[in-house]
Design a protein around this ligand. Structure first.
Ligand code: NAD
Length: 289
């Protein structure tokens, strides 16, 4: 079963944007990905092609379905190419200024006044992004999890201005079209999952920083002692240490609780470009090929 949304735009084709675009195309939707420049658009295309191929190799997707999904995808560097979209999901870097600029531009570009403008932000208040437009009632958070084709959860985040109709349309889309499980959250930094997850990840960073335990032992402790599929520092590497630091800063700014404060080691690693899997090194090292 599908909803009336057939034309989707995704702004930002990094880890999350590429995953969101992939699940939309796999669900039969006409999907346009807008990236910052041509090399980034090419990387987004390659990222999705690799992921589709991987799904075929693992028997999760038929070859012809993967080909059809690729036909439904288009890549651009012009936001104006999203003018006819019924839903746009913003998934650019976790920077409130960049995100607000995207929303202000989308407000002018997207023609359908009923279109839903969603953000995949992990921590920027949805209200702030809604207020960057003249249609705050149509703006909400649609928070996917990494890797998007695999993780079943979507958090729907409504601001004080989001209309009930917008939330219902987005929930129907996530549940019926994409087959995700939805939980609802109010518009507080971190929403439900990151408000719980990030203090735990930061505690693990502090343990490694103080020399209390090695990164490998911290991860092994939680994987083998608590049956977590991935230890907290591997998880931080998967999320991206820049993204973890940004979410922690937003949580700290919102609640002023020391447990949300990003430890110095996290900042230094971000400054060093050690962002985790996406750069090949974080708390662990990865084969970038
Ligand atoms: P990323 O760094 O992998 O990708 C961000 C992409 O945005 C880059 O490809 C960049 O070129 C592009 N971009 C930057 N400015 C742009 C612009 N003005 N127009 C178009 N594209 C632009 O980051 P990510 O991990 O994909 O995170 C994206 C968003 O998703 C963030 O808000 C993050 O908090 C959120 N999120 C991340 C995760 C995670 O596990 N990484 C999970 C849930 C939500």
């Amino acid at each position: 079963m599908t909803t009336s949304i057939q034309r989707v735009g995704v702004v930002g084709g990094g880890q999350m944007g590429a995953g969101i675009a992939e699940v939309c195309a796999r669900a039969g939707l006409d999907t346009v990905v807008c990236e910052a420049d041509a090399p980034a658009a090419r990387r987004a295309r390659e990222r999705i092609a690799d992921s589709l191929q991987h799904a075929v190799q693992r028997g999760k997707l038929g070859r012809s379905e993967a080909e059809s999904a690729q036909w439904r995808l288009a890549f651009t560097t012009r936001l104006t190419d999203l003018a006819d979209r019924q839903l746009v999901v913003e998934a650019v870097v976790e920077d409130p200024v960049v995100k607000a600029e995207v929303f202000t531009a989308l407000d002018k570009i997207v023609e359908d006044s009923e279109a839903v403008l969603a953000t995949n932000t992990s921590s920027v208040p949805v209200m702030r992004l809604g207020r960057a437009t003249n249609r705050a009632d149509r703006v909400l958070g649609l928070h996917f999890f990494n890797p998007v084709p695999v993780m079943p959860l979507v958090e729907i985040v409504t601001s004080l201005h989001t209309s009930a109709q917008t939330a219902a349309t987005a929930e129907e889309f996530a549940r019926l079209t994409l087959g995700k499980t939805v939980i609802r959250s109010k518009d507080r930094a971190g929403f439900v999952v990151n408000a719980l997850l990030i203090p735990y990840v930061l505690a693990a960073v502090r343990m490694a920083e103080s020399g209390f335990a090695s990164a490998a032992d911290v991860d092994a402790g939680m994987e083998l002692g608590c049956a977590h599929p991935m230890g907290p520092l591997k998880l931080a590497d998967l999320i991206g240490l820049d993204t973890v630091a940004s979410i922690a800063e937003s949580l700290y700014e919102e609640f002023k609780e020391p447990l949300y404060a990003p430890p110095p080691l996290l900042h230094r690693m971000v400054e060093a470009g050690l962002l985790g899997r996406k750069t090949g090194r974080g708390f662990h090292t990865y084969d970038r090929g």
